[in-house]
Design a protein around this ligand. Structure first.
Ligand SMILES: *Cc1c(COP(=O)(O)O)cnc(C)c1O
Length: 430
């Protein structure tokens, strides 16, 4: 037994499945999770002391790489000033200002502690502000584990969803309509049947929880038009894409293709905390002022806007705001995808890939999928072989084929070249 296996055994005695978030358990790919000892830059070292090139980066937050000196310094300073006060601080204003400045769709934000909490609160706000109950979500999009969002499609558009987790009452998800991603016809039908009752439509604009699938421009335009027409809120879940695909998030990407485009509410997390528990949701002043203490929609949090987390987030946002940051990150990510595509091609392995900023996805499929059921056509045995082949060679990608990957500013051309060389060997044996 190596040290990772020993720790996993020990963990399983006191933590369900040995992990504090299910995907970490390697259930999809088999094998033993790597317990992280420490991390620096583009690497982490596991419990056996082995180095891995890290393409997960805490599932997105570590956009600067691990242990960026400016962030470490900001956090160290904050810690000496106090961990938590339960009273307002100047840094919360600074972080809110930084977010609002970068994302034109937001006039105000409320800081919370996790993406789950932010998405859940945005749904409550959309319902409270519209006085309606029904919401739309899409198959393959993940918005955290709040009850109303753990739902799969019912049979046909006339019926609402079924819970995907035990412990979620059917009554709680009966207001959630689950549609196919990128399917304009279904979307139109849903609004035709239920438009008057729909409080909001929540979407991952570039879905990173079914690997990497973009909402195409025509589909997004219809989402915007139908929400406007029916008085529903278009809620962008940018927990993953916010400050990851570019400074203005995925909404800037769509705004450059659809004139005047703006979501009504935006949900953020991951990068804005730089690796600390911090998330946010925001929108126009008139909507956000529906929240307590000004309005009737209740929302609160003891650790919200935590002073150490805001220091970490602010220092991170300061770095990503430097000119050329995303151009260089995007070029690196693109070169990784090109390298992997070349390696797959020479091995005759079907392959397709897409990326935006520092976020990427690749598929062992000849063409990019457009929705969840197409993503799930990937042969999982083949993906698992790829995963373990890379892991053996010190390259750490997501341990499930339906997860996106992340490149940080700390990844060097050398790291990318090493990764591509490892992939070449693995593809040849697939
Ligand atoms: C990670 C994620 C969440 C949930 O955030 P947590 O901080 O894990 O609760 C919600 N939405 C999207 C799009 C995410 O990627």
């Amino acid at each position: 037994m190596d040290r990772n296996q020993e720790l996993f055994e020990r963990a399983r005695r006191v933590i369900p499945g040995g992990v504090n978030s299910p995907v970490r358990a390697f259930r999809a790919v088999g094998g033993t999770p790597r317990f992280v000892q420490r991390a620096q830059g583009a690497y982490f070292w596991d419990a056996t002391g082995k180095r891995h090139i890290d393409y997960i980066g805490s599932w997105g937050p570590m956009i600067l790489g691990h242990g960026h000196p400016a962030v470490v310094e900001a956090v160290q300073r904050a810690v000496t000033e106090g961990f938590s006060f339960g009273a307002p601080t100047e840094r919360e204003i600074e972080l809110a200002e930084a977010i609002v400045q970068a994302m034109p769709g937001l006039e105000m934000v409320r800081l919370v502690s996790s993406g789950t909490e932010a998405a859940m609160s945005a749904i409550r706000l959309a319902r409270g502000a519209t006085g309606r109950n029904r919401i739309i979500k899409f198959e393959g999009c993940y918005h955290g584990h709040a009850d109303a969002l753990l739902v799969k499609a019912g049979s046909g558009l006339a019926t609402f969803g079924h819970p995907t987790s035990a412990g979620v009452p059917a009554e709680v998800v009966q207001h959630t309509l689950v549609l196919e991603y990128n399917n304009v016809q279904q979307l139109e039908q849903a609004f035709e049947q239920h438009g008057r009752d729909i409080a909001g439509l929540m979407i991952e604009p570039i879905a990173g929880n079914m690997n990497f699938v973009r909402a195409d421009t025509a589909f997004m335009r219809r989402c915007r038009e139908l929400c406007t027409e029916h008085g529903a809120m278009l809620v962008f879940d940018e927990v993953m894409t916010g400050f990851r695909v570019g400074l203005g998030g995925a909404q800037a990407h769509y705004a450059s293709r659809i004139p005047g485009f703006r979501p009504d509410l935006t949900v953020l997390g991951k990068v804005i905390g730089g690796g600390m528990p911090l998330a946010a949701f925001g929108g126009p002043r008139a909507t956000m002022e529906q929240l307590a203490p000004l309005g009737p929609v209740y929302q609160a949090g003891t650790l919200s806007g935590n002073p150490v987390a805001t220091a970490c987030g602010l220092a991170t946002l300061r770095e990503v705001s430097r000119s050329g940051f995303y151009e260089s990150l995007a070029a690196k990510t693109r070169s990784l995808m090109d390298g992997l595509a070349g390696a797959a091609r020479s091995a005759g392995v079907p392959f397709s890939a897409d990326c935006e900023g520092g976020m990427f996805g690749f598929f062992l499929l000849p063409e990019l999928p457009r929705n969840y059921s197409q993503v799930m056509k990937t042969e999982s045995a083949r993906f698992n072989k790829l995963f373990h082949g890379l892991l053996d060679r010190g390259v750490y990608i997501a341990p499930a084929l339906y997860e996106a990957g992340f490149v940080s500013a700390a990844h060097s051309e050398q790291d990318i070249a090493e990764t591509v060389a490892a992939a070449k060997e693995v593809f040849a044996a697939l």
